[in-house]
Design a binder for this molecule. Structure first.
Ligand code: HPA
Length: 261
């Protein structure tokens, strides 16, 4: 049990949550739909990161979403903020301590595929840890040797497909950021098998598997990756395009959450 989980249980009650959600850049508005919410700023919870990226609120809401007891993290910490690949360790461990059996990780990402334009939603089937970093480096004991076959739970992926129409499925590659990728890096990672690129999620997936949580993950495609259109990339574009995809994204997440009822 983390100290944070104790604080949350004291305020929000002992009823276990079924599901944890991590809402990425520009996707945090879903937290408004939580009923009977107990809301905690990350700064109130020991071990939670201070997130300083615009588009990331840094709050945890515990309550009912579509009738399912859930804990939503609006905002996350990224490796590039402080150079700590384990920045999300306490939040992920806390979701488990609150009773979650699964976590839905969401992010904004760039597409390496010409047939997957901005506005697309991509279910993550697998990842490539292109950063070479790992949140479990330094941990002792055998629990650190986490199996990563089917890290993105096949049964949860099937449920995501049922929850939304016209969804892509593909491989997400983690780049450390915060600079965007070069066109050469995108060309390289496409050859290596990546369909989408981004600066988050992979360390959380590793941590979630470490703590025994099943993982489902969705990327909101906000742009074609570097070099694909001749246009420059920007965080403003990420936020604007994520906001435009909100309606479909929210509908997908709602239906997925309902499958836990
Ligand atoms: N690269 C990395 N991270 C991103 C991108 C991208 O093109 N789009 C949104 N997040």
């Amino acid at each position: 049990m983390t100290q944070a989980a104790q604080i949350i249980r004291e305020a929000a009650g002992d009823e276990p949550v079924r599901l944890g959600l991590v809402l990425g850049s520009g996707l945090g508005a879903l937290a408004e739909e939580v009923e009977d919410a107990a809301v905690f700023a990350f700064s109130e919870l020991p071990g939670f990161p201070a997130s300083g990226v615009s588009g990331h609120a840094g709050a945890l809401s515990v309550g009912r979403l579509r009738g399912v007891r859930a804990a939503l993290l609006s905002g996350r910490a990224h490796y590039y903020e402080r150079g700590d690949p384990a920045a999300m360790r306490t939040p992920i461990e806390t979701l488990r301590a609150l009773g979650a059996e699964a976590v839905l990780l969401t992010n904004s990402a760039g597409s390496t595929r010409a047939d997957m334009p901005p506005g697309s939603l991509m279910i993550i089937r697998d990842h490539i840890n292109f950063s070479g970093l790992n949140p479990l480096i330094g941990e002792e004991g055998d629990a650190r040797f986490v199996n990563m076959v089917d890290a993105y739970d096949p049964e949860l992926r099937a449920r995501l497909h049922e929850a939304g129409a016209g969804l892509f499925e593909g491989v997400y590659a983690w780049f450390s950021g915060p600079s965007f990728e070069t066109p050469a890096e995108i060309e390289a990672i496409r050859v290596l098998g990546a369909d989408a690129v981004g600066m988050s999620t992979v360390p959380e997936t590793i941590l979630a598997r470490r703590f025994g949580l099943r993982v489902a993950a969705v990327s909101v495609i906000t742009n074609f990756a570097a070099g694909m259109t001749g246009q420059a990339l920007s965080h403003d574009e990420t936020k604007t395009e994520a906001a435009r995809a909100q309606t479909r994204f929210r509908a997908l997440v709602r239906h997925f959450v309902e499958s836990f009822a």
